[in-house]
Design a protein around this ligand. Sequence first.
Ligand code: HEC
Length: 149
Amino acid sequence: MKQTIGSIVLIVALMSFQTAPKKQTPTTKPAAAPVNTMQIIMDRGKMVYMQQCLACHQANGGGVPSMNAPLAGAKAVVGKDKAKLITIVLKGMKGVDIEDEPYNNTMAPHPELTDQQISDVLTYVRNNWNNKASAVTVAEVKAVRVKTK
Ligand code: HEC
């Protein structure tokens, strides 16, 4: 009996030894999970696009012939003049021929969208379909809004 108790104690002792917590390595702050900022902006921009632009410019950005201008491949969309692009969203657009094509629908102004929403949706249209251009920042939208007020 004594021997049995002895071996149980020994076994328990051995087990606790084995499962004893390893010496902690000094904790360094875990690295922040890599966040793909561009993907987040594109996701937000897509939401704005679906609610505010898709009805006219279509899911494929192709617009509607003679009605709504295409955004896919459009110079005004991927061009360097971001202020002009921001102005189009803030002020709307009407009766302008684009690449010699008239579009008969009216693009309503969207001043109710926040600087963030406009920055997101324009970054989205500049980088969706086959478009590829730099992001439009919130600061850029803000600057144009102040100037065109
Ligand atoms: C009611 C329909 C309608 C909605 C909604 C609309 N647009 Fe437009 N958009 C148009 C029309 C029509 C034109 C062309 C106007 C013209 O030719 O004068 C246009 C033109 C544009 C242009 C200029 C294209 C070029 O090649 O010059 C851009 C950029 C644009 N829209 C972006 C947007 C964005 C971004 C949204 C959403 C925030 C949006 N539009 C919402 C109808 C719309």
